[in-house]
Design a protein. Structure first.
Length: 541
């Protein structure tokens, strides 16, 4: 039997334990190192993305949906403000040599991986060598081309260890460029230059995922969504306001809108054009629209001689599309009809266009029919085409409209093949599956060279299979030219040459369009349409 004093003590401990239990009945279990504990309040930001990310490995991702998530998970030497201005990231400061070819970066002493391990300069060296290594077949390797020896490494002529980057100390990274690149600091905001832990041994599972950005991956259920949790090891975590981000892949823009209206999304990635009247009526202050640097185009399959070995045929198809009508009927969010590839407002560049863009409609159609006939086709001998594109109602609507124009103007029969996005990414590399593929290119950095480099002979993004030694030489000369005026003229000459050979048909230049709930604060427009979750906050009051 307990003594009187012991009995009092025991009863006190029971009450204290009960109080502790009641106080913690809503507590969440401890989070792994680097992760923010799950918040019981309604502070999860739910963002729509247009499809399943193909990869969250910065060295392997080359699609918009992957980039959207990766920018929350990782950070490079530089980052961007909400307005798109370059800011210090993992590097707290840098110096540039008078020649413009040597960059020295100081790595933040408080920069860490999400497991608490310190980030060192060698992490960048190893990650960049991995991207440049042709054995890895990285689709973003070309972005490292400005770095000394990168071109020869990518081509397999030099080992990755020869890349012009080295760790002078744990907190000092030195980068040697092949030639001056005025856009280099902005290029470093692209995921191709982000560091990866343990030399890129990444899987597709959230288990033990290690990254260095404002958030860390905690769950990825294919088809259902991805959950990101605030990374408490991130050097600037005190300024990250939202504890959790949920990305929800939705390929149908109308479904995305319905989820937004039902309160199941806080931010959409896009907006269906057919819903514009409804949006202007119900959500006039929640629509964010702005032009940005991106081009939608259809690539001709030049890997085989038939049918597009004939340049006259390619020109006939390009001319028979009425882009102005498409802009008025299908594209109603301010998209600009494209008669060239590099978008307007590109830094240090004058827009290049096909000369026939000023022809009257009747003259343009008549010339397209003449070229079609000269290529060996007619109403009695029509061309049969297969168009490949990813599943999306608006993309399909545009493709149907183009096929109708080809039928009416030239008598062409068109087969439309749409595929789920991840399947499409593989199919577009299988040139036996398509004659024309619907593609798009969004700037990695604000420079004309970024748009034109995708048409280099060996570029992994050159889906059309375009190859012209003179075009490649012009781009090489531009890359080696320090004078901005001379570089500008070389790039313009290169685009003129490419346009004259019709490897692709530019259709329109992008405009960004999102719906954002009023309680989500901090969203801005910028030329590259990048919306970082770390810049946002939630205020439901």
């Amino acid at each position: 039997m307990l003594s009187n004093s012991a009995t009092k003590w025991y009863r006190w401990m029971q009450l204290a334990g009960l109080a502790l239990f009641l106080a913690c009945s809503g507590c969440q279990p401890s989070a792994p190192p680097g992760q923010h504990p799950r918040d019981s309040r309604n502070d999860v930001l739910k963002r729509g993305i247009g499809g399943e990310p193909a990869s969250l490995d910065p060295g392997k991702a080359d699609d918009t949906f992957s980039f959207e998530v990766i920018r929350d998970l990782y950070e490079g030497l530089t980052t961007e403000s909400a307005d798109g201005e370059v800011e210090p990231g993992v590097a707290s400061a840098w110096t540039i040599s008078p020649s413009g070819t040597v960059y020295t970066f100081e790595i933040r002493r408080d920069a860490k991986w999400s497991n608490g391990q310190k980030i060192v300069a060698q992490d960048f060296v190893s990650s960049w060598r991995r991207v440049a290594d042709p054995k890895q077949a990285s689709p973003v390797a070309d972005l490292l081309r400005p770095i000394a020896n990168a071109a020869d490494i990518i081509a397999g002529h030099l080992p990755p260890e020869k890349l012009g980057v080295y760790a002078a100390a744990d907190d000092r990274l030195v980068v040697q460029l092949a030639q001056p690149a005025p856009y280099f600091l902005q290029l470093l905001t692209h995921s191709a230059t982000f560091p990866v832990f343990s030399n890129g041994n990444l899987g597709q599972s959230a288990k033990n995922w290690i990254s260095n950005g404002p958030y860390v991956l905690t769950n990825w259920t294919p088809g259902a969504g991805l959950r990101l949790t605030k990374n408490l090891e991130y050097w600037d975590h005190k300024n990250v306001q939202i504890p959790e981000i949920e990305y929800i892949p939705i390929s149908d823009e109308n479904s995305e809108l319905n989820q937004y209206r039902a309160g199941q999304l806080d931010i959409t990635m896009s907006v269906p054009p057919n819903a514009l009247p409804l949006i202007r009526r119900d959500f006039p202050n929640e629509l964010l629209v702005a032009p940005y640097l991106g081009t939608v185009y259809y690539a001709f399959n030049l890997h085989t001689l038939k049918p597009f070995g004939n340049q006259l045929l390619r020109q006939a198809l390009a001319m028979s599309i009425d882009r102005v009508v498409l802009a008025k009927t299908v594209l109603i969010f301010g998209q600009i009809p494209a008669f060239g590839f590099v978008p307007p407002s590109t830094w240090n560049y004058d827009q290049q266009q096909w000369t026939w863009q000023s022809m009257s409609d009747s003259a343009r159609i008549e010339e397209s029919r003449r070229l079609y006939g000269a290529a060996g086709y007619s109403a009695s001998k029509p061309l049969h085409l297969r168009i490949l594109f990813n599943s999306n109602p608006e993309i399909k609507k545009l493709s149907v409209a183009m096929a109708s124009m080809w039928k009416a103007n030239l008598g062409i029969d068109t087969e439309l093949n749409d595929e789920e996005y991840r399947v499409f990414l593989d199919s577009r590399k299988d040139v036996s599956r398509w004659d024309i593929a619907r593609l798009s290119w969004v700037a990695d950095y604000n420079d004309a060279g970024n748009f034109l480099d995708i048409f280099r002979t060996r570029s992994p993004n050159n889906d059309a299979g375009y190859s012209n030694k003179q075009f490649d030489a012009l781009l090489d000369d531009a890359a080696a030219t320090a004078d901005p005026s001379d570089r500008k003229l070389l790039l313009e000459k290169a685009e003129d040459l490419m346009l004259s050979e019709y490897p692709v048909m530019p259709i329109y230049f992008y405009s960004s369009k999102r719906l954002i709930k009023p309680y989500v604060k901090g969203a801005r427009t910028n030329p590259l349409n990048r919306l970082y979750s770390k810049h946002l906050s939630i205020n439901r009051k």
